[in-house]
Design a protein around this ligand. Structure first.
Ligand code: PHE
Length: 459
């Protein structure tokens, strides 16, 4: 057990606890709701290849970098940059993370609310005998209805605030350790049912057979954004969690295990969803409703479907919760440490101000959908800006900070636990954070935003 006795700060109890908490943050709606729908809209197999490439080459190093910053500074993201780089502009990177926390939680709690509605539908056995059209229609009318999604969203926000208020140790670790593996098991069972549906093969081809002509600058930026979003990196969530990690936890191994688990769950979610999508004739580019239409159809076709639907939506809600608490924790830690608010006040202030933006997000799905920029309502805008712009920008700044601002000695000391580990990967890691990751992120960025062209335009 690696209990961090030196500091009075709240900390994770064990190595497994750290992995569980970080995996709890990473694994969530990003894997099961967002990955399939974004992959569906961006061509399937080719998107998956680029996505996995980014996870390995950029995601894992950025995650290690966040742990390095957090554990060495022992502070929230703004405070961490302040203490490692006093009197510079670096703390702005921390503030960027606070902005990301606001925009991510606003739309994420909307979708978490949808998950609670579907848990309720599962309990009341409401999927029975529904066709794909029925399910698509009822999803649409629910999503745009205003009041009902608002109620669920606020219940979800309340649950998040309640756990964050109780503190890291008791709150986060305990649940994640048992429930995440259970979620994995259910997704595997769903996947098996899905690939044995008649016509399922086409779905597997869509997910795994890359069609490289589909790769455009926009697709590559979506893959980068999705990899950051799914790993919870680029906004200081893992700086914050890193600050609670004990001094003898292996940062490299932790980042690898968390990223592997996260990627596995996303791919398995794809294996559960795409075969069903093709088997039932749903368009893979159906957007944010994709899983809420495809999964109930699988449950309908399963022995014990009622039971599986119930457990699945329960676990999905919990997976979403272990992610939202990690985002709220960033703002709470900032307010309580930098503005010396008590934890209770900090949590309340953070949750209630984010809830205001959250309400606007849910309303933008229906009653306020008229307020839009181009074809994007507030929900779409916040989702696009946070995943595709703020997180990659944050990640870029984080690797530049670790690669160029912190001394090599300090970084090596942190990843080798003060010389107690060999950390054979340290030179490769340093090369990536100094050169490869910054150049790659900057390149994808400029390209995705249309500043120059390397791949085709896709039109
Ligand atoms: N990674 C989480 C998910 O996949 C979402 C998240 C993004 C959490 C950014 C924290 C920070 O659901």
């Amino acid at each position: 057990m690696a209990i961090n006795v030196k500091t009075p700060r709240d900390s994770f109890g064990s190595r497994l606890g750290v992995i569980a908490a970080a995996a709890g943050s990473a694994i969530g709606l990003g894997n099961i709701w967002r990955f399939p729908y974004v992959a569906g809209e961006n061509g399937g197999g080719a998107f998956l290849m680029v996505y996995i490439g980014f996870i390995i080459l950029i995601g894992v190093p950025v995650m290690i970098s966040e742990f390095v910053i957090g554990r060495s500074a022992q502070r929230n993201p703004v405070g961490a940059f302040n203490s490692l780089a006093p009197k510079t502009l670096w703390p702005l990177t921390g503030f960027l993370g606070i902005i990301a926390a606001f925009s991510i939680l606003a739309f994420y709690t909307t979708v978490s609310g949808w998950t609670l509605e579907y848990l309720y539908l599962a309990i009341t056995d409401s999927f029975k005998t529904k066709t794909a059209e029925n399910l698509a229609m009822s999803f649409e009318s629910f999503r745009t209805s205003g009041l009902r999604p608002l109620i669920w969203q606020n219940i979800f926000m309340f649950l998040t605030a309640f756990i964050v208020y109780r503190g890291i140790r008791n709150g986060i670790e305990k649940y994640s350790k048992i429930l995440m593996p259970l979620l994995l098991l259910i997704i595997i069972i769903l996947g098996i049912r899905s690939i044995t549906l008649p016509g399922a093969g086409e779905g597997l081809l869509f997910l795994f057979k890359p069609d490289f002509s589909k790769i455009t600058g926009a697709v590559v930026l979506e893959a980068l954004g999705q990899s950051f979003f799914s790993l919870s990196i680029g906004m200081g969530t893992l700086i914050t969690y890193g600050s609670y990690i004990g001094k003898n936890v292996k940062l490299g191994n932790t980042a690898l295990s968390v990223s592997a688990a996260d990627t596995l769950i996303a791919i398995l979610a794809g294996v559960a969803i795409f075969p069903a999508v093709f088997a039932f004739g749903i368009a893979p580019e159906s957007g944010t409703g994709l899983v809420f239409i495809a999964l109930p159809l699988i449950f309908e076709q399963m022995t014990g479907g009622y039971f599986f639907a119930l457990i699945f939506f329960l676990l999905l809600s919990i997976a979403a919760l272990t992610s939202t608490i990690s985002v709220l924790e960033v703002v709470t830690a900032y307010l309580s440490e930098e503005l010396s608010l008590g934890r209770k006040k900090a949590t309340l202030l953070a949750a209630s101000s984010i809830a205001v933006l959250g309400v606007a997000c849910t309303m933008s799905q229906g009653p306020w959908s008229g307020i839009s920029v181009g074809d994007k309502n507030l929900f779409d805008l916040l989702e696009m800006i946070s995943a595709n712009i703020i997180l990659p920008l944050g990640g870029l700044l984080i690797v530049i900070f670790v690669g160029w601002h912190l001394s090599k000695e300090k970084v090596f000391a942190e990843i080798s636990n003060q010389g107690n580990l060999k950390a054979g990967f340290r030179y490769l890691y340093l090369f990536i954070v100094k050169f490869l990751a910054p150049v790659a992120i900057a390149f994808v960025f400029m390209h995705g935003l249309g500043l120059f062209r390397f791949f085709g335009s896709g039109d």
